[in-house]
Ligand binder design. Sequence first.
Ligand SMILES: [Zn+2]
Length: 235
Amino acid sequence: MLETLSEVQSLDLERDALAATRGETPQELLDARARRSELETEHRRVKHLHDDLRKQVAAAELELKSLQERRKSASESALRASSAKEMSQFQNQELQFATRAQELEEDALPLMERLEAAAAELAALQEQLDELAPHLEELEAAERSRVADVDALDADLTDRRERLATSVDATLLRQYEQVRKARRGLALVGLLDGKRCGGCHVQLPIHVVQKVRKGQGVVRCPSCGRLLYQEPNGG
Ligand SMILES: [Zn+2]
């Protein structure tokens, strides 16, 4: 009975180990994901900046166009002026519009340079993202396959475990499962040096050791509560 339970435990421990490896995503994949996330964040930041600059440049261009129209209109009005005074007023206006247009052009120049730089940076980031994509997808596919293998193996172990467990006494199995839950791992342990608990290493009372050796019923360690078991080859 305890031997079968011991086999159940072996399968449970295998499943524990498997569950631990399931979450062990390869560092290369984690790095690639982190790299993509970094690039995406940077891409969003630069895109935002780029769009903002483009709006500013468009607004400056619109204003420039309007100034040029007003300048032209002032210039035309100057030609049609009915007096020297009026002509001078229109010429003044024309000069003002010309000056503002020139200032605006000068202000817009660095904006346009920054817009160009942002566009170039955006293209470079996109290129890096495009380069990373197939590599990342390859790693993701390998990871999906790895996890699927782990799951298949676990399904097989679970199946074997369940079949084996049916031949273990229900009360014993329940005790085993309770201890396993409480002790996170080993619930059924052998004797250490023939006299100590294989789980918590406490020295066991003689009568407990004797009971274990005789293999009579279920004996639990008085200290940690684990089920004690005389291994066929040990002691
Ligand atoms: Zn113990």
